[in-house]
Design a protein around this ligand. Structure first.
Ligand SMILES: [Zn+2]
Length: 227
């Protein structure tokens, strides 16, 4: 009888222990309850920039998938604008690119995302130019803060010498949801072209972006919806 009591007590202690561990780990995830939309730029009929057979849309998607994993590991609820080689335009759109971007904006809104991250690759005629950089629109005050936070990690982790810039592109001036456009590097630079195609560098990019988001949220939780 006494042994049975001990057994029950031990069992209770064991379950309390298990529950606490789960509770602590759930509490300690930095992106818990944050909804993030990852937007792999271009896709389908729209390749973006390219070098021979190397297309921006494919690299964007690979980086976006790595980012999805990294953010999920840190507790975020992640949505992907696209998970395969498609674009979001309709056969009825007279302006395909506009239709594609409009539907991306709708997805950000429908999912009630707290923030979005657009992934792109750059090109410049001068092939010496290189480095990851972050662009933002001034539509809300959060965008610059998020851009600065991610850019700091690009400088620290990836030795990027670039800096944040503003953009007035259609997609970024038409959503009040906080978010940034990330140009992960230059396809026109031979060294960076190789790096951008390697899994390890894509992982580094995903890491730096995630760290930038975590830092931004930890500093700006109170003004999360400041518009
Ligand atoms: Zn692009």
């Amino acid at each position: 009888m006494l042994i049975n009591k001990y057994k029950t007590l031990l069992l209770i202690i064991f379950f309390i222990f298990l529950f606490s561990i789960q509770w602590i780990s759930a509490q300690s995830l930095p992106l818990q309850d944050t909804i993030i939309m990852v937007d792999a730029g271009h896709g389908g009929r729209d390749s973006g920039t390219y070098y021979g057979e190397i297309k921006e849309k494919d690299i964007n998607l690979e980086i976006a998938k790595q980012l999805e994993q990294e953010l999920t590991k840190n507790g975020a609820i992640v949505y992907m604008i696209r998970k395969s080689d498609i674009d979001l335009s309709s056969i009825y759109d007279s302006l395909k690119k506009r239709g594609d971007l409009y539907r991306r904006l709708l997805k950000i809104k429908e999912t009630k995302s707290d923030l979005y991250i657009s992934i792109h690759i750059n090109w410049y005629d001068n092939s010496t130019l290189k480095g990851a950089e972050v662009l933002y629109n001034d539509i809300n005050k959060n965008n610059k803060l998020l851009a600065t936070s991610i850019m700091n990690y690009f400088k620290k982790d990836l030795n990027s010498t670039r800096s944040i810039k503003t953009t007035d592109l259609y997609m970024y001036r038409n959503t009040t949801t906080p978010g940034v456009l990330i140009e992960c590097g230059y396809l026109s630079n031979p060294t960076e072209r190789n790096l951008l195609q390697s899994k390890s560098y894509q992982q580094k990019l995903a890491n730096s972006i995630t760290k930038g988001i975590i830092k931004y949220l930890s500093k700006n939780k109170k003004i999360k919806y400041l518009i």
